[in-house]
Design a protein around this ligand. Structure first.
Ligand SMILES: C[S@@+](CC[C@H](N)C(=O)[O-])C[C@H]1O[C@@H](n2cnc3c(N)ncnc32)[C@H](O)[C@@H]1O
Length: 285
């Protein structure tokens, strides 16, 4: 499965849904509900529409979603299933490296993104912040990978493999050199510098032995990335993968993957004035 394959996005969706930070999501819902009985949402890098399914039940009764992605096969699957009453969906094929501004234009009250910010460059993040702030829009970014991975039981090569994976996360994912594990911290700092109140909290995956399939995919992907970046030798990466798979097969593998959710809202709006800037945990700590 590739990082953006429909199969991978479908596999991770229930884990993402459970991991979303409840305090951050409550704040998103409160601001959206305070804005009226209808809301326009643009979801950047929507994939197969997981963000829509995760948060629509928390938003006002009438919703107009614009799902944006440059992958037409993912877009075709986005919101292809059961319709939600009161929820209108438009699929927008846009390359966000080229036409971010067009994606944000129109009647929008909330911008969302999930598992996207760690892919983007510092320059693209700056452009996003400028465009979102120029429109005075609230911005909810969930499930940004932050570089923290723990294994139970541990293996002597875990730290070297994850350090290599985090180096790989900083390579170009289509937007220029990626922010990777630094993305959440960078987004918080950029939105605060733009005069936003930013709330953030952890949204880690805690994968138990029964979460076999997603663990297998992650382990294979991490071994491949560590090898590709050249920081771990092929024999070491292969031996690490074999040992970790053996633990998984024996029902003894627990893996935690660190993510951060953020909600940035422009100061000075009625909704923002009602809520204090609040953080539920440090993105780095
Ligand atoms: C890791 S996936 C996350 C998908 C979805 N938000 C989710 O949480 O399941 C990243 C998404 O960003 C999209 N993407 C990557 N580069 C893009 C670009 N230049 N323009 C638009 N979408 C892009 C991919 O096609 C993919 O759907």
């Amino acid at each position: 499965m590739s990082g953006f394959s429909a199969e991978w996005l479908a596999l991770r969706e229930p884990y993402d849904g459970r991991a979303r930070n409840r305090d951050v999501l409550d704040a998103v819902a409160a601001v959206a509900v305070a804005a009226g009985d209808a809301v326009g949402v643009v979801d950047l890098g929507c994939g197969i529409g997981s963000t829509l399914r995760a948060i629509a039940p928390r938003l006002p009764a009438r919703q107009d979603w614009r799902l944006v992605d440059n992958d037409l096969s993912l877009l075709a699957r986005a919101a292809a299933g059961k319709k939600m009453p009161g929820v209108a969906v438009t699929r927008i094929p846009v390359d966000l490296t080229r036409d971010l501004e067009a994606a944000l234009d129109g009647p929008v009250n909330l911008v969302t993104a999930s598992a996207l910010l760690d892919l983007v460059s510092a320059d693209w993040l700056e452009r996003l912040v400028v465009e979102v702030a120029a429109r005075r829009l609230p911005f909810y970014a969930a499930l940004t990978y932050d570089g923290r991975v723990t294994f139970d039981p541990p293996d002597p090569l875990d730290a070297a493999v994850i350090a290599a994976v985090n180096l790989h996360q900083g390579t170009d994912k289509g937007f220029g050199p990626a922010l990777g594990p630094r993305a959440a911290e960078a987004a918080i700092a950029r939105f605060e510098a733009a005069g936003y109140a930013v709330m953030h909290g952890r949204s880690d995956w805690r994968l138990l032995p029964r979460d076999h399939e997603i663990q297998r995919e992650l382990l294979a992907g991490w071994a491949g990335a560590a090898r590709e970046i050249g920081a771990v030798s092929l024999p070491d990466a292969a031996a690490w993968l074999t040992r970790r798979r053996d633990l998984l097969a024996a029902g003894r593998s627990i893996v935690t993957v660190g993510h951060v959710d953020i909600f940035a809202r422009p100061m000075g709006t009625r909704a923002a004035e009602r809520s204090q800037s609040k953080s539920t945990s440090s993105p780095s700590g």
